[in-house]
Design a protein around this ligand. Sequence first.
Ligand code: HEC
Length: 230
Amino acid sequence: MLRTFFILLAFVAILVVVMLGVRGQKSPAPPFEIFPDMDRQPKVKAQDPSTFYADGRAARPPVPGTVPLGYDQPQERPIKGVVTESTSPYDRVNFGTGTDYFNTGRIGAQWGTGIPFEVTMETMRRGQERYTINCAICHGATGAGDGMAKQFGLNTVQSLHQERLRTMSDGEIFNTITNGKNTMFGLGDRVQVPDRWAIIAYLRALQKSQGGATASELPPEERAKLLSTP
Ligand code: HEC
């Protein structure tokens, strides 16, 4: 009986010494895995790279033609504010599937410029509304780059009143809205094509309002007012 006890005691003592002894030692050998299928599971996580797909991404892009939640499939339905009684191609829900200037901002291999439909007061109002909803959070209500997200640390937000952006073609800005640029995410999945143009039309007005216009662009009577001010 006592003998068994001593054998056990010796065994426990050796076990304790061995366990404490190897603590903190580095080993080049791979760690012992009790459940290898839990350590390495046959699944991919969002944003993981993958050698399986040709584009190297594990996450798959949405199927072409995917429509954001809450929107219907493209169909004949007027977009409020942009078109009224019209049978034009702009007259339907459109997130941009075409390859023309209207849908991409490109003309051939180049950026085009100009709003590809008539800009009315209604377009501008729609643009202002869409700008306030989608852009002001970062770029600020006047486009000065001082929106709420900037104040909360998104430091790369830019002012939209830089000379570079004043002279940038509408098509390139359209592309920035659609696909994003560097640290700005694309809004192509939530801002419809005519709305992107409406935003650009409004953005141009913003730029003019913030020092981007010269006196010669004013109507004569406004210019006269300006000159008569002491
Ligand atoms: C989440 C914040 C955020 C939102 C929302 C956002 N932007 Fe931006 N935008 C940025 C940041 C950040 C940059 C600077 C990108 C960079 O160069 O890193 C930028 C850059 C730009 C540029 C300059 C691109 C260039 O070529 O340098 C334009 C134009 C622009 N935004 C327009 C818009 C418009 C129009 C909207 C609304 C439809 C919008 N942005 C919405 C964050 C935002």
